[in-house]
Every structure is written in structure tokens, then in C-alpha cells.
Design a protein around this ligand. Structure first.
Ligand code: GDP
Ligand code: IMO
Ligand code: MG
Length: 429
């Protein structure tokens, strides 16, 4: 029996939320360990649709949810989300939600700086969610962040706010954006402190206790390997590491607790925001994938860019992310296509290459080399067993396994929780 860590292997929105919700029935605790409310995870359970950004998806199953120290927490967004899901019948109390007291906060200055910088970047903009994720992580590394535990110490807050504002107001003024007063930030913090502090605790200690008691932990990644600040399409990435190794440092547990790494991959590829995307389709097939897959960002509502499955990128995600098995989602979206292509290599400046380059210019120039196979006419939507899948769909899955050098251990055939095929239980690995 092991823990399981779920990570995205493409550019996000692979269906991590659905898979985490499904797996959570086998876990006791679900832990978010990086990212913030830039994430948007959609869970469909019967006639209820849950849209979660900061809350761990396991809360929907009544499991304990944990927000680890690696997450950047916007307290207003968190409270709004808690109110929303409470209205849908979920129970979110300090008993069911533990938030690391050493997690850094996202303050209004961070969103303002994120948006002002994006505007100033013009055609080189990253296409961020505008939610202050980058500036909040920068403050953490620069040792300027206000952390949740600081809220209990007004004297600490006082000098930390001075330092924070000196930095941010200089930048905001330079960018021609509105600056903030200390009073504004103090008012913001005073309002959220009484609601936020009761959830905060020493998460690392509680998780260690849980480990000793033999409880199963499911780590829920946000974003994906191609958005990882080191391994992704830098600078068109998010500001955290998204690989499974971070589950340990982002929640304060041993690296051996990470367990089975389940990489989530869509049966095709999507991306929101700017940056290289070799298999992007600008034709009718791309539009068909977008329409059938309802490819609109959960957080920003932006249409997602769509393209064929890129086996080269996933093979890299498998290696750098330490992926033990893949959950392949949205297979149903490919139903009825005459032909399906898989990217098996690239051409760069007239040369064949088998790995994705690192420099942005080269990343933008690579041309995908495709292998094409016939599609299937039957429907896979809603299939719950391997036996229900058409032979050609099975061939597609098998070919993907060969190319990415990892087994497909779960398949998803609709947004609905139970439309899932389990080939190998990651908790039993
Ligand atoms: P996440 O960010 O990785 O959790 O993914 P999102 O929730 O942002 O986006 C995935 C979208 O696809 C959501 O709207 C899901 O309800 C939906 N989805 C997940 N799995 C499947 C599937 O197998 N088939 C279809 N058609 N939709 C799916
Ligand atoms: P989930 O967890 C898809 C993208 C943004 C932008 C880049 C940087 O739902 O898969 P940021 O606001 O993080 O500084 O934006 O990263 N991005 C995501 N794309 N899914 C996400 O999360 C994302 N989180 C950030 O669109 O391109
Ligand atoms: Mg999402």
C-alpha cells in the first residue's frame, strides 16, 4: 500500500480534479502542495458540478483536505470558495480543512502587479491568470512574504508590511499602476484574519501523525509539467515547480511519502495562455476538439488552444516527473474522428530531434512529426470497462503507452465521476 501523487503532464486542465475526486474514495487525506487559485478543477458528481481552485478535491468525498506550505493562499478567494461549496452542501471546518501556517499569502498588491506587468509586456505577455501567483512566489523566495502565522503577530506584520510596500509600490509606480497604502493592506488582513487563522496549523506534524497511523495520503498537483518553472516552456510557465517531488517539500513530508506518481494526460493536448505548442491545430479539427471537449478555461473562461497528443512531451514529463503510470482522460472527445495523429518527434531547422529543446526560440520553431492512425466510429463516452472500448481505441491507448514509455493505469471517458476505467489501483502498487 502506498500514497499516490497526481500531477499534470501537459499544460494543465488534463482532468486532475476528476481523477483526484475518483481516487479520493480510497484515501483518507488529500493534500494540495503547490500553485494557488490559478488552478481550476471541475468535478461532476451526478447533477452537481464543483469548481475548485484552492480547496483540495478530496473535500467533495468528505475527506480531510490539506493546503500545504507550498501553496500561495489568497485568503479572500479561499473564503469565497468555501462559501460557495458550503452552499453546495460540503462541510468545510477546521476539522476537515488544515492549512499550513507557514503558507505565504497572496495580497491585493500581487494581483495588481501581475496584471500591470502583463499589460507592460505587450506581445510578449505570458497570459497569466492575473491572480498574483508569480509576484506572491517571488516574495516568498525574496523573504518578504506575509505568511499565515504572521497574522497572529501584529508587531511582525507591521514591519513586514513596510518592507513589502516599499518594494511593491516602487514597482507599481514605475509601471504607472495604482499604489497601495499600509492602511489598505492592514484593513484587508484585519478582515480575513478571524476566519483564516482557525484553519491554520502545523500541517507537517499532522501529516506525520497520519503517516504513523497508516493513513493513506493523496497529493493533488495543480498545473502540469510543461508549466513547471524549471522543466516547462519557460518563461511561458507558472511560478512553481509542479513535478511530484514537490509534494514532499510543499507539505513537509518525507520524499518517500510521494508514493505512486500518477501523471494525468488528455488523449489530445490543450493549452491556455501564451507560449509554444508544437501540435496546436488552427484548423477545423482543432475547433472540433475544443467544442466537443468544452475547452474553456475554468478560471478565466478563455478558449483553450487544442492540438494532437504530443508523445514526445509526455515522455519527457514521465521522466522528469517520475511518473509511475498515466491516467488518460477525455478519450471520448476523439470519438468519430476519421484519423487521429500522434506527435512522435520534431523537425528543427531541417534536423530530426527526439526531445523538446529548452530555448524559447527553438521551442517555437519545432515542427511536429506525426504518426497517423484510423479513428473509431463507435462511442467510448461513458464506458466503464475495457471490454466496452472499440478495438481501434484500444490500439490508440496501446500505441501511446509504447511511445511515452509508461503504462496507462486509468482511463476516463466522460466528466462524470464514475465514467472511469481502472486497470491498476495506484494505492495497491
Ligand atoms: P484539471 O485542471 O486538470 O483538474 O482539469 P479541469 O477540470 O480544469 O478541466 C478538465 C475538464 O474536462 C473539466 O471540465 C472536466 O469536467 C472535463 N473532463 C474530465 N475528464 C473528462 C473525460 O474523460 N471526458 C470528458 N469529455 N470530459 C472530461
Ligand atoms: P490547473 O490546475 C491551465 C497557465 C496560465 C498561464 C501560465 C502562468 O487547472 O491545471 P499564472 O497565473 O500561473 O502565473 O499563469 O500558466 N496556468 C494554467 N493553465 N491550467 C492551470 O491550472 C493553470 N494555472 C496556470 O494560463 O499560461
Ligand atoms: Mg484546470
Amino acid at each position: 500500500m502506498s500514497n499516490v501523487t497526481v500531477i499534470g503532464t501537459q499544460w494543465g486542465d488534463e482532468g486532475k480534479g476528476k481523477i483526484v475526486d475518483w481516487l479520493a474514495s480510497r484515501a483518507d487525506i488529500v493534500v494540495r502542495f503547490q500553485g494557488g487559485h490559478n488552478a481550476g478543477h471541475t468535478l461532476v458528481v451526478g447533477d452537481q458540478v464543483y469548481k475548485l481552485s484552492l480547496l483540495p478535491s478530496g473535500l467533495v468525498r468528505g475527506k480531510i483536505g490539506v493546503i500545504g506550505n507550498g501553496v500561495v493562499v489568497d485568503p479572500k478567494a479561499l473564503m469565497t470558495e468555501i462559501d460557495r461549496v458550503t452552499g453546495q452542501g460540503l462541510v468545510v471546518t477546521p476539522e476537515t480543512l488544515w492549512i499550513a501556517e507557514n503558507a505565504p499569502l497572496i495580497l491585493p498588491v500581487h494581483g495588481a502587479l501581475d496584471r500591470a506587468r502583463e499589460a507592460a509586456r505587450g506581445e510578449h505577455k505570458i497570459g497569466t491568470t492575473g491572480r498574483g501567483i508569480g509576484p506572491a512566489y517571488e516574495d516568498k523566495v525574496a523573504r518578504r512574504a506575509i505568511r499565515i502565522c504572521d497574522l497572529a503577530e501584529p508587531e511582525t506584520l507591521d514591519w513586514k508590511l513596510d518592507e513589502l510596500l516599499l518594494h511593491h509600490n516602487t514597482l507599481l509606480a514605475g509601471l504607472g499602476a495604482e499604489t497601495f497604502t499600509k492602511e489598505q493592506l492592514k484593513d484587508f488582513l484585519t478582515e480575513i484574519t478571524p476566519r483564516l487563522l482557525p484553519f491554520s496549523c502545523q500541517v507537517w506534524d499532522r501529516l506525520d501523525e497520519a503517516r504513523r497511523a497508516g493513513r493513506r495520503i493523496l497529493f493533488e498537483g495543480a498545473q502540469a509539467v510543461m508549466l513547471d518553472v524549471d522543466h516547462g516552456t519557460y518563461p511561458y510557465v507558472t511560478s512553481s515547480n509542479t513535478v511530484a517531488a514537490v509534494a514532499a517539500s510543499g507539505s513537509g513530508v518525507s520524499p518517500s511519502s510521494v508514493g505512486f506518481v500518477l501523471g494525468i494526460a488528455k488523449a489530445y493536448t490543450t493549452r491556455v495562455g501564451e507560449g509554444p505548442f508544437p501540435t496546436e491545430l488552427h484548423d477545423q479539427t482543432g475547433r472540433t476538439l475544443g467544442e466537443r471537449g468544452h475547452e474553456f478555461g475554468t478560471v478565466t473562461g478563455r478558449p483553450r488552444r487544442c492540438g494532437w497528443f504530443d508523445a514526445v512531451l509526455i515522455r519527457r514529463a514521465v521522466r522528469v516527473g517520475g511518473v509511475s503510470g498515466i491516467a488518460l482522460t477525455k478519450l471520448d472527445v476523439l470519438d468519430g474522428l476519421d484519423e487521429i495523429s500522434i506527435c512522435v518527434g520534431y523537425e528543427l531547422d531541417g534536423q530530426m530531434i527526439e526531445t523538446f529543446p529548452s530555448a524559447p526560440g527553438a521551442q517555437a520553431r519545432v515542427k511536429p512529426v506525426y504518426e497517423t492512425m484510423p479513428g473509431w466510429k463507435e462511442t467510448t463516452a461513458g464506458a466503464r470497462s475495457w471490454a466496452e472500448l472499440p478495438a481501434q481505441a484500444i490500439k490508440y491507448v496501446r500505441r501511446i503507452e509504447e511511445l511515452i514509455e509508461a503504462p496507462v493505469t486509468l482511463l476516463s471517458t466522460s466528466p462524470e465521476r464514475d465514467d472511469t476505467i481502472l486497470m491498476r489501483d495506484p494505492f495497491e502498487d
